[in-house]
Design a protein around this ligand. Structure first.
Ligand SMILES: [Zn+2]
Ligand SMILES: [Zn+2]
Length: 237
């Protein structure tokens, strides 16, 4: 089910700072669960810039993204991959073919993204996964400039070796992939997983963000850093 949220308030502040003319700019966040296990894709559109960024690409997500891009009159410029698991990348090749969007991901998941058929082995199913060509490999501490904002990359291995957080301070938002969920954490029994590592990633890279930061996970509803620090039963704050 598609859901659109207005995240105008923090982005207005960004626009005022970066555009001395004070353009009446709005940014929208579209939450698009898609694919066989309802993986959240997040589409950020900036209608007055005519640009959009997609975070993760579950199977068949393009069918959801395309009408929003035309509605908001935006061109998709980038696809950011939180981690290389198939449920976050299955729709990526279609999105790139249709839009020419530049793809960003962490190098520790290079094999999964470039040779996704290796994942069919532990899924026990042939899914005809298509490789994605990554244009920019990002790592801990990198800054991405997109839609007139600065976005910080934080590396959070433990669920998957190359899981990263895309943190937009100006929007008080962190897109965390499958590291942390509302009231839960990512599974650590898949190849390259480790609970100790995940716990450290969550404490050092997510719980260190301001409590008011909204956490947008790869599955299920959003939450906040403060709420998880106070109540998460797996990793306490
Ligand atoms: Zn995952
Ligand atoms: Zn997932």
């Amino acid at each position: 089910m598609r859901e659109t949220r207005d995240v105008a308030t923090p982005f207005f502040l960004v626009a005022r700072r970066s555009e001395p003319g004070g353009l009446n700019r709005r940014m929208k966040l579209h939450v698009l669960p898609a694919g066989p296990i309802q993986t959240n894709a997040y589409l950020l559109t900036a209608p007055e810039r005519g640009e959009a960024v997609l975070i993760d690409a579950p199977g068949d997500v393009w069918a959801e993204v395309e009408p929003i891009l035309s509605e908001d009159k935006c061109r998709l410029t980038e696809l950011w991959i939180t981690h290389g698991h198939w449920d976050h990348t299955q729709g990526g090749a279609d999105v790139v073919r249709a839009t020419g969007a530049k793809v960003l991901a962490h190098p520790d998941d290079r094999m999964m993204i470039e040779t996704p058929e290796i994942m069919e082995r532990f899924m026990g199913e042939r899914m005809n996964l298509k490789p994605i060509k990554v244009d920019r490999w990002v790592k801990q501490g990198d800054t991405i400039s997109a839609l007139g904002m600065n976005v910080e990359v934080r590396h959070v291995p433990g669920h998957c070796p190359g899981n990263v957080v895309f943190y937009i301070a100006a929007a008080k938002s962190a897109f965390v992939g499958d590291a942390l969920f509302a009231g839960s954490v990512g599974r650590t029994d898949l190849p390259g997983g480790s609970f100790e590592m995940l716990e450290r990633s969550i404490r050092e890279q997510i719980y260190s963000l301001p409590d008011v930061t909204v956490v947008y996970p790869g599955h299920g509803p959003d939450t906040t850093v403060g709420a998880e620090k106070a109540t998460n039963p797996y990793v306490s704050g």
